[in-house]
Design a protein around this ligand. Structure first.
Ligand code: AHR
Length: 516
């Protein structure tokens, strides 16, 4: 084991100070706000306890939704929420979750922990939650074990505003007006838990099912997401696109707006996964290197998409991503509850920067999952709630939402411990919002070393600079006893001269600078 490059190499290579060069005149595309999206599945304590406690709960709530959690998510500026799964989606029958709650079916959540699912959180509750959050809606339909009719009727129930059996049923259940469904997923992981299909078979099914995902509001159409690959399954991407694009569908646009991609980071591999809180420097770099692998996935799946869709009309929808570690000791293995350290913050920081930089193809992403599951932004215990380091990264990056990506380049050196898992020491993205403010988000991936950085604009001489930083010991995380151990702090230790800003970035930290 060795460092790929020792620190002493730096001076001889002229790397004393890393230069981050920004061309504020070169605009590279719009960063969709949906890149900062989230995912909530009927899994463990994500929906029940984490988001929904019911109207009679002693935990303060509004129509059953936890006030503290809703407030925190609004402050983070959540743009879109995906529901009800995941694997749960392809076993979910939406009619079980409507009507008087006392009459709703109780069943076993066979996929996740074998607990009773009482369906008390269903369609009306999800739409209510999104209304309270002020976010867009992304519903995932059941293609694996549901019927075309069931999917079609769900869309009718949700969105039709004339006289029809489903619109009447919605009104009978207390919601006369239709809702707006922004995104609709036609199945989930249909190569696995969604039916173990071949790409060709799924793609044929996709063609059929999506036909009946009707757009009742053509001026405001539903964005349809086709089920894409797992990680590096390029044959799936190719097979699905070949079949969906065969003999037809020049009208395909409108029939497929997005293609999903799922990728989780497991430092020790899928079987072993690895601890969320205990790791050494080698595992630190391995985790970050695996997170950065996302770029290769975007580029290679993107290259296949380019063959069928050179104008990039179909969005890449990374609707599941994040760290998947071994569950916290003593918790239900089916609940996927894990802690969240500065390492998760860096994974979120580098991944969101990658999505920004590939915003020509990546149109939405949804971290898994929002509360109490996998790389959550919020953890709860009874009436207590804590914000994780990942939450703070999403909050620090919120000004990138709907901003314009600017050209930037940072000088880096390769660091790491294991030869096959190198990472750059720094990584950035830069955007400008509609008011003209420039947001720089920068990560120092080093386990041990601070780094001096010099930001250089083409011509801009910053007048106003505001910064926030997330830093702490690499293993640091928030607990219910010590909820503010890792949190955003003001960052003012920079100097500015003309077009230059200089500062030192602490080891393993995430920085956000807002410049105008
Ligand atoms: O997020 C947990 C699970 O991971 C989802 O249910 C599934 O889609 C994926 O395999």
């Amino acid at each position: 084991m060795r460092h790929i490059k020792q620190c002493s190499d730096r001076e001889s290579e002229g790397y004393e100070m890393a230069k981050l060069v920004i061309n504020e005149y070169q605009e590279l595309g719009k960063i969709n706000e949906e890149i900062y999206g989230h995912f909530a599945e009927h899994l463990g304590r994500c929906i029940y306890e984490g988001l929904y406690v019911g109207e009679d709960s002693p935990i303060p709530n509004t129509r059953g939704m936890r006030n503290d959690v809703v407030q925190a998510l609004k402050e983070m500026k959540i743009p879109v929420l995906r529901w009800p799964g995941g694997c749960f989606a392809d076993e979910y029958h939406w009619k079980d979750g409507i009507g008087p709650r006392e009459n709703r079916k109780k069943m076993i959540n066979t996929h996740w922990g074998g607990v009773v699912e009482d369906n008390s959180f269903g369609t009306h509750e999800f739409m209510e939650l999104c209304e309270q959050l002020g976010c867009k809606t992304y519903i995932n339909g059941n293609l694996g074990s549901g019927s075309v009719q069931e999917m079609s009727e769900w869309v009718e129930y949700l969105t039709f505003d004339g006289v029809s059996p489903m619109a009447d049923l919605r009104a009978k259940n207390g919601h006369e007006a239709p809702w707006k469904v922004d995104y609709f997923g036609v199945g989930n992981e249909n190569w696995g838990c969604g039916g173990n299909m071949t790409p060709e078979h799924y793609a044929d099914e996709y063609r059929r099912y999506q036909t009946y995902v009707r757009n009742y509001h053509p001026e405001n159409p539903i964005y349809k997401v086709c089920g894409g690959p797992n990680v590096d399954d390029y044959a799936w991407t190719k097979g699905v696109l070949e079949t969906t694009h065969r003999n037809c569908l020049p009208a395909l646009h409108g029939n497929m707006d997005g293609l999903s991609v799922h990728y989780y980071v497991h430092p020790e591999g899928w079987e072993t996964k690895g601890s969320a809180t205990e790791f050494d420097d080698a595992v630190w770099y391995r985790t970050l290197s695996k997170a950065l692998y996302m770029e290769q996935l975007i580029e290679r799946h993107g290259a296949i998409m380019d063959q069928y869709d050179p104008e990039k009309k179909i969005g890449m929808i990374v609707d599941e991503w994040g760290c998947w570690f071994t569950v916290e000791p003593g918790t239900n293995p089916g609940f996927l509850y894990q802690q969240n350290t500065m390492r998760d913050a860096l994974v979120a920081g580098v991944t969101l920067n990658l999505f920004n930089k590939h915003c020509d193809r990546v149109k939405m992403a949804n971290i898994a999952q929002m509360v109490n599951v996998l790389q959550a932004v919020i953890l709860t215990e009874g009436e207590q709630m804590i914000l994780t380091p990942t939450y703070h990264v999403f909050r620090m990056y919120r000004n990138h939402q709907n901003a314009t990506l600017l050209q930037s380049h940072i000088q880096t050196r390769e660091i790491g411990v294991e030869e096959i898992y190198p990472v750059p020491d720094l990584q950035e993205s830069v955007s400008r919002d509609q008011e003209g403010n420039i947001t720089i988000t920068l990560n120092n991936l080093s386990f041990t070393e601070d780094r001096e950085v010099e930001v250089i604009f083409a011509e801009l001489e910053p007048e106003k600079i505001q910064g926030t930083i997330l830093q702490g010991e690499a293993h640091a995380y928030n607990t219910f006893q010590e909820p503010e151990r890792v949190q955003e702090e003001a960052f003012t230790s920079f100097t500015r001269k003309g077009t230059h800003i200089t500062f030192t970035m602490p080891a393993h930290s995430v920085l956000q600078l807002r410049v105008s």
